[in-house]
Design a protein around this ligand. Structure first.
Ligand code: CUA
Length: 354
């Protein structure tokens, strides 16, 4: 009898705490913008999980706090507690109820994922390749277009096929919600439909080495016609090194290649605003290329081009072999590498003269 009043108080407080808790978890804006068809369903799923979690948390805390209060030791009481040997009915209840809750949530999650991963007509296939420390993309149906930028048309289903050339990475676009590990030796898949125009971060979400935190790019979602124009422009860029797309400005074209290719993730170059120190800094490149190129019997242009196409040819003292990816010759067209070489020599020379 003595404990009846604290119990009814505890029930009342628990109900109030549950109501406040649910209001708080729903009021918090947990997610970035909803930029794909998957986002709304996944956010709803999260909301349901949060709502279900609040009463469970409150129940556990209420029982714990109530027990601490109601069954506390009175001063001078040295007796042992009552010898309790289980309670079958209680145990059946506390196994059955969580089993039902978890099963229902698992089924709900499965239905949502199955719906998101359903194959759709007119799907754009994009190969995503992770590599220390940049993502690269290939569009097999767009003439095997290779790009270091991810550009997608709005409202068209996309099927990402994800690989890695070296270690584990994790392809993640928070605004699309979906993410998937890039695992050596296998291809993983993500299907989604971008619905919102704009630029969103592409993040590597798996610790993959010293440049992991800089392994960030941007996905641009464009209207379908602009996407087609971008594909044409990229093909043109393969032929002229991106100069026409930059309005004939070779320095701007080179700077764009430097950033889009992910060179900025590893190299410091003032002109491109990059400060990374994974690889040698390039602000003094023109002088270095003249000095070391002469020793190797190469002109500065040849020396820089060789260093991009075959990074192990001349390794700068203090840096390891195999640190820089060795496949830029296949990622970039010869014209693009030409633009990049002239850009690097041009801006580093300019800096020295200043
Ligand atoms: Cu790639 Cu972290």
């Amino acid at each position: 009898m003595r404990n009846r009043r604290p119990i009814s108080w505890a029930v009342l407080l628990s109900l109030v705490a549950t109501a406040i808790g649910i209001a708080i978890v729903l009021a918090i804006d947990w997610f970035p913008s909803q930029a794909s068809t998957a986002a709304r369903d996944i956010d709803t799923l999260y909301d349901v999980l949060l709502i279900v979690s609040v009463p469970i948390f409150v129940l556990v805390m209420a029982v714990a706090l109530y027990s601490v209060y109601a069954f506390r030791v009175r001063p001078g009481d040295m007796r042992d507690g009552a010898p309790i040997h289980g309670n079958t009915r209680l145990e059946i209840v506390w196994v059955t109820i969580p089993l039902i809750i978890v099963s229902v949530l698992a089924a709900y999650g499965w239905i949502v994922l199955d719906d998101i991963e359903a194959k759709k007509a007119d799907t754009l296939v994009v190969h995503v390749t992770g590599q220390q420390f940049a993502w690269s993309f290939e569009y097999p149906a767009q003439g095997k277009l290779q790009s270091n930028q991810l550009v997608l048309p709005q409202n068209r289903p996309v099927h990402f096929k994800i690989n890695t050339k070296d270690v584990l990475h994790d392809f993640w676009v928070p605004d699309f919600r979906l993410k998937s590990d890039a695992v050596p030796g296998i291809t993983t898949d993500v299907r989604l439909t971008p619905t919102r125009l704009g630029s969103y971060p592409v993040v590597c979400a798996e610790l993959c080495g010293i440049g992991h935190s800089t392994m960030r790019q941007t996905v641009r979602v464009l209207p379908a016609a602009d996407f087609d124009a971008w594909v044409r422009e990229q093909r043109q860029g393969d032929a002229d090194g991106g100069v026409a797309a930059a309005g004939g400005d070779e320095t701007a074209a080179g700077r764009k290649l430097f950033t889009d290719t992910g060179c900025n993730a590893c190299h410091t170059l003032a002109d491109a605003g990059s400060t990374a120190t994974v690889g040698p800094e390039l602000d003094d490149l023109a002088a270095q290329a003249a000095r070391y190129g002469e020793r190797e019997g190469q002109t500065p242009t040849e020396y820089v081009r060789t260093s991009i196409e075959n990074p192990n040819a001349f390794v700068v003292a203090g840096f390891q072999k195999d640190l820089m990816p060795g496949d830029y010759a296949s990622q970039l067209s010869p014209a693009e590498i030409g633009t990049l070489v002239e850009y690097l020599l041009g801006v580093s020379k300019g800096k020295e003269a200043r």
